[in-house]
Design a protein around this ligand. Structure first.
Ligand code: MTE
Length: 311
């Protein structure tokens, strides 16, 4: 398995909001003064990440309000406010995930069983939507690799396919054929096993709200947001590149890989810059970073590939 990623940020770094912001400013003042060495390791990790990302790209989390009310979850409607308004009616308990295909231990894994087996961590990730807005979200979750290892990936498996719950009685948006339901996504196996790839079960130290994909959803921080499929009920290991909802809907606009890439434009708009949600009227656009700022961690996965062909 790939090396585990060593982000040791915790929610103590993210909440409460005000304390976080204050400390960030203080630390910005300390940076380079030598005093940073006197700070705890947690704080140093945060500082290192912020420096690595550049001053304008600091990992300042968005607010609970922004993360939970400005959402995309088309099963509940195509408006950003629809998920927070309608997803409450989705039953998330009991919940199980079918893990099947090329695995040693296929079966229905209950959410409780999964939680019991996995090590939960807190991680703050940049999140970049194909519509050119972005957020920074403090997730809790576990590495997808750990779940796949639990199920036992068989020799020859090359891809992982994911499916969201499809329950029309609780999902008003599925009455419209904007997408071919259920919502489907996929990753190459090495992407799925990468330590940055997590299954999130919470935000801001709280269980995941329904609108954000309760009780568990994928988060792949170096890819456009639509890859991060919500409310997952099936994970299938396969040797074929799986069909994905957005690629099926519009293959010219949405490729299988969907890596954040400022150099490859969406056919109808540039992807070179983004607008951070929040910050009000004067929120500045900022340049989008290659692989959403995770280039050092993931570029090797795509060595030798023409990323304008495999977009
Ligand atoms: N998963 C499902 N099942 N249905 C969706 O419509 N939207 C995707 C992704 N996962 C979506 C989904 C898109 S376009 C984005 S940008 C993110 O979820 C949004 O995640 P958030 O609302 O938690 O920020």
């Amino acid at each position: 398995m790939a090396r585990r990623w060593t982000n040791n940020l915790t929610l103590a770094d993210a909440t409460p909001q005000a304390a976080f912001w204050n400390r960030r400013r203080i630390m910005a003042g300390l940076a380079g003064s030598g005093l940073a060495a006197a700070l705890g390791s947690q704080a140093q990790a945060e500082l290192a990440l912020a420096e690595q990302a550049g001053a304008d790209q600091a990992l300042e989390p968005n607010t609970w309000e922004e993360v939970t009310s400005y959402c995309n979850f088309y099963e509940f409607g195509t408006g950003k406010g629809d998920p927070s308004e309608y997803a409450g009616r989705m039953t998330t308990d009991p919940w199980s995930v079918a893990i099947d295909g090329m695995v040693d231990k296929p079966g229905e894994y209950s959410f409780e069983q999964i939680l019991g087996e996995m090590t939960l961590e807190e991680r703050i990730y940049r999140f970049r939507c194909v519509e050119a807005w972005s957020m920074v979200v403090p997730w809790q979750g576990f590495e997808l690799a750990d779940l796949l290892t639990l199920a036992g990936v068989q020799e020859g498996a090359k891809y992982v396919a994911f499916e969201t719950l499809y329950r029309p009685s609780e999902m008003p948006g599925t009455a419209y054929k904007v997408l071919d339901w259920p919502y489907r996504e996929g990753l190459r196996l090495d992407e799925a096993m990468h330590p940055l790839t997590i299954m999130a079960t919470g935000v801001f130290g709280q269980p995941l709200p329904n609108q954000n994909g309760a009780p568990l959803r994928l988060v792949v921080p170096w890819k456009y947001g639509f890859k991060s499929i919500k409310s997952v009920v099936r994970i299938t290991l396969t040797d074929q590149e799986p069909p994905t909802s957005w690629n099926m809907a519009n293959p010219r606009e949405y490729g299988f890989y969907s890596n954040v890439n400022p150099d490859v434009s969406h056919p109808r708009w540039s992807q070179a810059s983004e607008r951070r949600i929040g910050g009000g009227l004067f929120a500045r656009r900022q340049p989008t970073l290659m692989f959403n700022g995770y280039e050092a961690e993931v570029a090797a996965l795509y060595e030798g590939m023409d990323l304008s062909e495999y977009f």
